[in-house]
Design a protein around this ligand. Sequence first.
Ligand code: ATP
Ligand code: MG
Length: 390
Amino acid sequence: MEHNYNCILIRFGEIFLKGNNRNYFESLLIKNIKLALTGLNYRFARTQGRYFIEEFDPNDMDEIISRLTKVFGIHSISPTVKVKTDLDEICKVAAAISPKEGVFRVTVKRADKRYPMTSMELGAKIGGYMLYHTGGRLKVDLFDYDFELFVDLRESGYTYLFYDKIMGAQGLPTGCSGNAMLLLSGGIDSPVAGYVMAKRGLKIYAIHYHSFPYTSELALQKVKDLAKKLTPYCGDIKLAVVPFTEIQYAIHEHCPQEFMITIMRRFMMRIAERVARKYECGALITGESLGQVASQTMQSINVTNSVVTLPVFRPLIGNDKAEIIEIANKIDTFDISIRPYEDCCTVFLPKNPVIKPKLSEAIEYENRLDIDTLIDAAVENTVMETITVE
Ligand code: ATP
Ligand code: MG
């Protein structure tokens, strides 16, 4: 009886707090759990505010847990052994799954009040059995212990035994906050920004600007690979690929060098908003971090922000690069982000971008261009692609 975990217990987090919305949040969470477990055999059960994954192939347990840890809205997960509520059986399982040495305690929860012993009595019985049936190298200490065995007697007539609480992804179920459009470059920051906002329940759409022939097919592939890394958390992602070269030519030709980036970013924001509205996205998301580069000073952000009316979420605005990289490593996007392919912003990069652009100047230079025609053409030639869960 080495490996007899036959049930995975799922606890959900913040959605407890949501009062009347609880049913909506729960139905989304359940839908997302089932989506994440696509292709695996299992039975889903829901009792008393917890979910259980049962009747799966034991060989799939690690895979199931790995996928569940990426579903937002899940607070924690425990591999458990589910047995009929029978003290002999419970004791045997407890001894079987127990480490063979160390200090432990047993914590019993008795939701099933029909059971004729108190939680304390049950804990003592089970703990006593474990001491005598595991080779004599265990010790009990209720306050200073290495591991804690939880024994949950549920009203269903079944008991669940487990040790580990594996932290879930936390956050809110994807989709419960609506849709948002992520400006996804090939850099380190924007995929992290997408992840952070998806955690707050947003369904993520992505938009990428590329500059054929200055940026290669490989640069585009990098963006798709980044989006793919987000899918275990976000589900399928619709990616809009926008041809940006004509706009860059126009800016390059008619506007001062140092305003190149500022004006480019104003175009990006406008196009993002157009595409966002088409897909009913209620906000834009960028990976900007205050002061990181010239285009991310307060003045620059003001100038690029002022062309759109949708709210712009910049979840990394207060983060240092090191903090962003930590998350990028956690979600496994970092190694892709540092692949050395050029981004459209590096193609026409001016030597001295303006650090504190004036809005009036940006508007003046930009008005030399036929803004609407350029944007219409870019939007018209945008290609939509769906990046599916890996
Ligand atoms: P990142 O690492 O996310 O690329 P960055 O530090 O390189 O960010 P910028 O290049 O100034 O910063 O870009 C700021 C934000 O603008 C990015 O986080 C992203 O949201 C958006 N962005 C930049 N370039 C592109 C692009 N080619 N396609 C889509 N969005 C872009
Ligand atoms: Mg970038």
